[in-house]
Design a protein around this ligand. Structure first.
Ligand SMILES: [Zn+2]
Ligand SMILES: [Zn+2]
Length: 116
């Protein structure tokens, strides 16, 4: 089990998103992986299409600062009605691109399975 970086929900498998975390750039110059679940991936992809500027201080996936950030409304499950609450997160442009790559890889993987 691993926890989603955005909503904190534990899943057996997460969607790996490759981000450029400025704090570990020296150790990982080509980027590091963050795991988010499928629901959050879809929310991020949607937020990318309908970009709403965020006044957050840093990106919630890669922690980059001083770049334009955009709002992502993550649904965090809770145990009472209405069973989720909305949490505002912020993502940077490069993380949106990383989410798109993750989605592309997943679609390709599914097609692969289909053909065999
Ligand atoms: Zn999540
Ligand atoms: Zn980012």
């Amino acid at each position: 089990m691993a926890d989603c970086e955005l909503c904190g929900v534990a899943r057996p498998t997460l969607c790996p998103v490759k981000v450029n975390d400025p704090r570990v750039k020296l150790a990982y110059p080509t980027g590091t992986w963050r795991g988010i679940n499928e629901e959050c991936l879809e929310i991020c992809l949607e937020a990318n299409l309908n970009r709403v500027p965020s006044n957050a201080k840093k990106c919630d996936l890669c922690s980059i600062k001083n770049v334009p950030l955009f709002q992502v409304k993550i649904q965090v499950p809770i145990f009472q009605e209405p069973y989720h609450r909305e949490v505002n997160k912020a993502l940077c442009e490069s993380c949106f691109e990383a989410c798109k790559d993750t989605k592309k890889r997943r679609v390709a993987e599914k097609e692969e399975v289909h053909h065999h």
